[in-house]
Design a protein around this ligand. Structure first.
Ligand SMILES: *Cc1c(COP(=O)(O)O)cnc(C)c1O
Length: 392
């Protein structure tokens, strides 16, 4: 196993006292990560699945995630920018690393030094890349085509013009044509099929070049969306990809925080900032060492955040076999949970409460805060000790 401390990952014995005594801790199940990736590969049919490792592998740590998925067979990797690509390179020696943001003036060298594949997202990036390879020699690239999201990519017309350009430089030969779906999480959205059709016209013009369209949710749209490579991210990390579908993935991350003390509060009293927790019965409240600085967003407070009306109730934690509701407002370092319904003396100072993991879905906590599992995972912060359970 590994322990993550202040940016370093060290291999340490499982019983390390720092983990056993941590205020906040994450258990990251690398076996579940590998199983989820293999499952997305099976769901992708004939297309292999890439591994998407941007944002420190969705918050879980790029090194253990990369080593695990490489060992499971992943050879195509996507990260957001060239710096992430350079960090990733040592862990995936012969892997192909695609850089989603592409190249910009001044960072060309990172691509050549670390063998990174820039994704060309615009005409400007195309010219920059062409002039970079005229100096450095030939280098692989990928072409992003915008099929309806209006975020990144050449327009379909630009991509077709480039494909048919009689003076197109012979050295411009992308190894991948890709596009990204805007609405794949909503399977009945008409834009999915419009994007598929637009993408097909482009892939036909680039005959023989591998193509990739589907993220996690796109994989679930079926074989037509799979092309030659899929790019599942969130599903591999155990998150929900498709709205309204039971999540078929294994949870990867369990977040826990320690109870500092258990208070008794009288009916009629209040607790937390703004006197936002109001008690209509004598209650017991667990005071927990986690807050919004740990990515337990303030918006997951229940009625404690007055202006948030997206969802009626706040998050739940899980403690001694039962879900317990959050109370009042999440503060920077402290959150309150109502433990009145647990047997008296069941909850003690020093116990850990699960914030999300095997018993509370990360996406349920996210929904309570009006956000998505992706944001919960990528905002965990630096105060957690990390226990990585290695894959078999
Ligand atoms: C992040 C990203 C993915 C992975 O998306 P998920 O929804 O996490 O599966 C795939 N493709 C692109 C272009 C991305 O930016």
């Amino acid at each position: 196993m590994y322990l993550f401390e202040h940016g370093f990952i060290r291999k340490i014995p499982l019983t390390h006292p720092a983990f056993a005594a941590a205020s906040n801790r994450l258990t990251i199940d690398l076996g579940a990560l590998a199983d989820n990736w293999r499952k997305m590969g099976r769901l992708s049919g004939k297309a292999p699945a890439a591994a998407v490792l941007k944002a420190d592998a969705y918050g879980i740590g790029i090194e253990p995630a990369a080593e695990t998925l490489y060992a499971a067979g992943a050879r195509d990797f996507f990260v957001a920018n060239a710096e992430e690509g350079a960090d990733l390179r040592p862990f995936v020696p012969d892997g192909r690393i695609y850089i989603l943001a592409g190249m910009w003036p001044g960072n060309e060298q990172l691509f050549f030094d670390n063998d990174l594949v820039p994704i060309i997202n615009s005409e400007e990036q195309l010219s920059l890349f062409m002039s970079a390879i005229s100096q450095h020699g030939d280098h692989p690239c990928a072409l992003h085509v915008d099929t309806g999201m209006n975020r990144l990519g050449l327009t379909v017309a630009e991509a077709l013009a480039l494909a048919n350009d009689p003076v197109r430089p012979a050295s411009f030969s992308p190894v991948l044509i890709m596009s990204h779906l805007a609405c794949a999480d909503d399977q009945s959205h008409p834009l999915n099929r419009r994007q598929l059709e637009a993408f097909r016209t482009v892939t036909q013009a680039y005959d023989g070049v591998n193509a990739s369209l589907a993220n996690s949710a796109g994989v679930h749209l079926g074989p037509e969306f799979h092309f030659d490579l899929t790019r599942p991210g969130i599903a591999v990390y155990g998150g929900e990809a498709v709205n309204g579908m039971a999540n078929p993935m294994k949870p990867v991350v369990t977040a826990e925080a320690r109870i500092i003390q258990v208070r008794s509060v009288r009916s009629g009293e209040t607790a937390s900032y703004g006197a936002s927790a109001q008690f209509s019965r004598d209650s017991r409240v667990a005071i927990v060492a986690v807050g919004y600085a740990d990515g337990y967003h303030r918006s997951v407070s229940g009625g404690g955040v007055a202006l948030r009306q997206a969802t009626p109730s706040g998050a739940f934690g899980f403690l001694h076999g039962r879900k317990v509701p959050h109370l009042g407002r999440v503060t920077m370092d402290i959150s309150l949970f109502d433990v009145t319904d647990l047997p008296e003396n069941a909850v003690r100072a020093g116990d850990y409460i699960e914030l999300f993991g095997n018993n509370v879905a990360v996406d349920d906590v996210a929904r309570a805060g009006g956000t998505i599992g992706y944001e919960m995972l990528t905002s965990l912060g630096h105060r957690y000790e990390r226990d990585y359970i290695e894959a078999e």
